[in-house]
Ligand binder design. Structure first.
Ligand code: UDP
Length: 351
């Protein structure tokens, strides 16, 4: 499945027939692998680029058996040039990034290098190859502490972590490249990605795991004694933080719709991807007890630095411009799908 890039050849043509593949950078990761599967199920050809630093080969094998994985780093410009020349991708969907807020505080250089510089390198390789279309994974972390709720796309962007700042820098870079070089892009600002493929084949596996839902389900499985609740003194009805959990398959479909829109000639687009419904940490734990039928011990601990009290998506650009609405928005469904994956793969993909 892995191939080594060949020598650079002629640049890709400016027109982009749909027989040419879509390059999915970070396609072995959580949202990336669900997107690879979604495209493959529609018969749309893809090539995956991933350095497997956090992604899983097994996720890709399940997402699309036999799909080509080019195992290389986005910072490796010669390898990117060779890949573009050989595969002539018609567009790029770019998931590859470091995504731990806490780690971005302790090691910002890693985030500026692997998010900002790597994306710059990718955009330069695209420009050299004449590839002008990209769908980019942005985040609600670019908004920072909400000034109003729900958060629509016009909300000011003032990220409070290096992670959020790297994503905002990339949004600015995309806008500047679009203005100067004719790049066309979609920047999709995810709220809390959650859930798993409905058939349990793909799911969430991070090392280390820091996200609420997989940790709650590990507690339900008995793999950890309890879930720690980070603070109960927030200005919310039950004192715990409220988040907008969006099903990973809904995110995957949004990328395809965004690419369709760009390829149909629509202008570049920035859109939030969330359900518009917020659930507190306590509500998530309670719903997980119901869905799993297991007791889940919870212990209140100190707040985690940098957690806003509420993050809930507003705005209707995804619906208006992409025709996207979440198909599986209910928290119970998101948890049920995540639980199916957790039961089948209690220790993740590689165990
Ligand atoms: N959270 C928690 N305990 C945990 C992990 C997360 O209470 O072990 C809380 C966290 O403070 C936040 C919410 O759960 O309010 C969602 O956190 P997660 O890390 O899943 O996503 P984030 O909102 O940070 O992107």
């Amino acid at each position: 499945m892995t191939s080594s890039p060949l020598r650079p050849q002629a640049p890709a043509r400016a027109d982009a027939p749909r027989t040419r593949p879509v390059l999915i950078a970070g396609g072995a990761g959580y949202i990336g692998s669900h997107t690879v599967r979604h495209f493959s199920a529609l018969g749309l050809p893809v090539v995956v680029l991933d350095n497997l630093s956090t992604g899983h080969r097994q996720a890709l094998e399940r997402a699309a058996p036999g799909v080509e994985l080019v195992q290389c780093n986005l910072l490796d410009r010669p390898a990117l040039d060779a890949l573009f020349a050989r595969c002539q991708p018609r567009a790029v969907i770019h998931f590859a990034a470091r995504a731990y807020v806490g780690e971005s505080v302790t090691d910002p250089a890693l985030y500026y290098r692997e998010n900002v510089v790597a994306t710059f390198t990718l955009l330069e390789a695209m420009r050299a190859a004449g590839c002008k279309t990209i769908v980019f994974s942005s985040t609600c972390a670019t908004y920072g502490i909400p000034q109003r709720l729900p958060i629509d796309e016009q909300h000011p962007q003032a990220p409070i972590s290096p992670y959020g700042r790297t994503k905002l820098h990339i949004e600015h870079m995309l806008a500047d490249f679009a203005h100067a070089y004719g790049l066309r892009y979609a920047a999709l600002r995810y709220f809390n990605a959650a859930g798993a493929a409905r058939d349990g084949a793909l799911g969430e596996h991070h090392e280390p795991e820091t996200h609420l839902i997989p940790l709650v389900l590990q507690a339900a499985l008995g793999l950890r004694p309890e879930i720690q609740v980070f603070g109960e003194d927030y200005d919310t009805p039950d004192g715990t933080c409220i988040r907008d959990y969006i099903h990973v398959e809904d995110l995957a479909r949004a990328h395809q719709l965004a690419l369709d829109a760009l390829e149909a000639g629509q202008p570049s687009v920035i859109a939030n991807l969330g359900t518009g419904e917020g659930y507190s940490v306590r509500q998530v734990i309670e719903a997980a007890r119901k869905v799993t039928g297991r007791p889940i011990a919870a212990r209140i601990v100190a707040r985690r630095p940098g957690d806003p009290a509420r993050l809930v998506s507003g705005g209707s650009l995804a619906r208006e411009l992409l025709g996207w609405t979440p198909q599986r928005p209910a928290l119970e469904d998101i948890l049920a799908d995540a639980w199916r994956f957790a039961v089948a793969h209690p220790r993740g993909y590689d165990a």
